[in-house]
Design a protein around this ligand. Structure first.
Ligand code: UDX
Ligand code: UDX
Ligand code: ADP
Length: 478
């Protein structure tokens, strides 16, 4: 019987291990974390992350062959395959601050693995978190120089491609599983062992094997290319507003070119999430350290356009409302970085809310899955501190200009404007005539996700701004 341990019970480690346990009943899977609250939550009826379909998967496998524990050393020492899925935040100080990955969590996990594994044994260590190219080489050195010499450590890179909000379906039917390993006999033995795990439910043709460096770089490149599509269409949204073109029509027509494809072309207030910006910054940093400044500049622009898009949205809101939002109540609908998740890491809502607060707005935030303390934490935290261990959310300073409410109608009552920042389906079903009646006039809606029926809203009397659409005459400066 194979035993798997996973260090890190977060958004990646938790769902991925739950799926492996579900599909491989004869394999014992233990998910480990130093954070006791997180493990307690995984063992309870209220899981620490919201992900459609995850409760059912965990319920079926937990206690059978899926376990959550804080006893890291015991389970790591017993495991044949050790996944490492710890945080790899952006460095906040020192060389590469604001760009390079901080590998201290990875390194301490590697040192712990080295210390607790005793031989003779063949142990497979799997890189699951996003880490910069050539991390495997560094980790392998830590393991070799600190470990029992009769333990053979083989490192694999097995990047995770799941997206939050669709984790369960992404894991059930992945486009591909990528496994990078060394090309010698031991490397190939390890690759085969991991491929055999996934082959329980993923067709062999979709399990790709590459060398270590290709697998690591493929993860960064996939995220950079996806983010680039969003920044490309967002840059065109600005041009559409100036010319009278409609970005949805443009996206639809280019998406029908099979070489381009239709996905990931929704104009938005900007992309967020724990991966895109971090991975691109990583790519930029790696390029710079290799002396490839032009390549670094090329990818950096993807982030610049994303920042520009958030800023542009804030300027539309303030500009549209007669150049001031000072002391005006603004309802913020949606704070998560996308729908179907409660995750707020790097959400575009942070920069938008900060921009509005800076101009004196009173914000009333409603999000179906985000707790008040997370909103306050994100708005008061320093840039890049989000993925570092944080003080308890409760200690986040509460901003007097931000209220978090549990009801969208309360958020909008008496407001001058509604800002839609996340594409939650429930926002489309709101009773807009009721909202209109309760708002201060002129009542503005700034749809940062283009999910509402703009013609119907205009009919009701709202002044509507939609990203990348011909501007409402009321909002025109000329
Ligand atoms: C292009 C568009 O494809 C076509 O839809 C439009 O109507 C006119 O412009 P064309 O310029 O004839 O057509 O050729 P295309 O196949 O797009 O290639 C353009 C250039 O990109 C070529 O130099 C080609 O070698 C290069 N290319 C293409 C690559 O370097 N890599 C690729 O993966 C694809
Ligand atoms: C991403 C990758 O999709 C996934 O493969 C990788 O493993 C981790 O990073 P995730 O961050 O969970 O996943 O979400 P994703 O669906 O990619 O969305 C990222 C951001 O882009 C969100 O803020 C989303 O709202 C935004 N987005 C997405 C757009 O603005 N427009 C689009 O067309 C698509
Ligand atoms: P991701 O989105 O990549 O899954 P998360 O931050 O959600 O990232 O999860 C990473 C988890 O790894 C956190 O719960 C953190 O407590 C845990 N972690 C970090 N370092 C260690 C370690 N040395 N041992 C065990 N768990 C760790």
């Amino acid at each position: 019987m194979v035993k798997i341990a996973c260090i890190g019970a977060g958004y990646v480690g938790g769902p991925t291990m739950a799926m492996i346990a579900l599909k491989c009943p004869e394999i014992e899977v233990v998910v480990l974390d130093i954070n006791e609250d997180r493990i307690a939550a995984w063992n309870s009826d209220s899981l620490p992350i919201y992900e459609p379909g995850l409760d059912e998967v965990v319920q079926e496998a937990r206690g059978r062959n899926l376990f959550f524990s804080t006893d890291v050393t015991k389970h790591v020492s017993e495991a044949d395959i050790i996944f490492v899925s710890v945080n790899t935040p952006t460095k906040t100080s020192g060389i590469g601050a604001g760009k390079a990955a901080d590998l201290s969590y990875w390194e301490s996990a590697a040192r712990m693995i080295a210390q607790c594994c005793k031989g003779p044994a063949f142990k497979i260590v799997v890189e699951k978190s996003t880490v910069p190219v050539k991390t495997a080489e560094a980790i392998s050195k830590v393991l070799r120089t600190n470990g029992d010499s009769s333990v053979h450590f083989e490192i694999l890179s097995n990047p995770e491609f799941l997206a939050e909000g669709t984790a369960v379906s992404d894991l059930t039917a992945p486009d591909r599983v990528l496994i990078g390993g060394k090309e010698d006999a031991d490397g190939q033995r390890a690759v085969k062992a991991l491929a055999d795990v996934y082959a329980h439910w993923v067709p062999r043709a979709q399990i790709l094997t590459t060398n270590l460096w290709s697998a690591e770089l493929a993860k960064l490149t996939a995220n950079a290319m996806l983010a680039q599509r969003i920044s490309s269409v967002n840059s065109i949204s600005a041009l559409c507003e100036e010319t009278g073109a409609d970005v949805s029509e443009v996206a639809r027509s280019i998406g029908m070119d099979s070489r381009i494809g239709s996905k990931f072309l929704n104009a938005s207030v900007g992309f967020g999430g724990s991966c895109f910006q971090k991975d691109i910054l990583n790519l930029v940093y790696i390029c710079e350290t290799q002396g490839l400044q032009k390549v670094a500049d090329y990818w950096r622009m993807v982030i610049d356009i994303n920042d520009y898009q958030k800023q542009r949205y804030v300027e539309r809101v303030i500009g549209g409302m007669f150049n001031t939002v000072s002391n005006k109540k603004i309802a913020v609908l949606g704070f998560a970085f996308k729908k179907d998740t409660g995750d707020t890491r790097e959400t575009p809502a942070i920069d938008v809310c900060r921009g509005l607060i800076a101009d004196g707005a009173k914000l009333f935030v409603y999000d179906p899955k985000v707790e008040a303390q997370h909103v306050h934490y994100e708005l008061s935290a320093a840039k890049f501190s989000w993925d570092h261990p944080k003080a308890p959310y409760a200690s986040a300073s509460r901003l007097s200009s931000v209220s978090v409410v549990k009801d969208p109608y309360e958020a909008c009552d008496g407001a001058h404007a509604i800002c839609v920042l996340t594409e939650w389906d429930e926002f489309k079903q709101l009773d807009f005539p009721r909202l209109y009646a309760s708002m201060t006039k002129p009542a503005f809606i700034f749809d940062g996700r283009n999910i509402l029926d703009h013609a119907a809203l205009r009919e009701m009397g709202f002044v509507v701004y939609a990203l990348g659409k011909p501007l409402d005459p009321f909002l025109r400066k000329d």
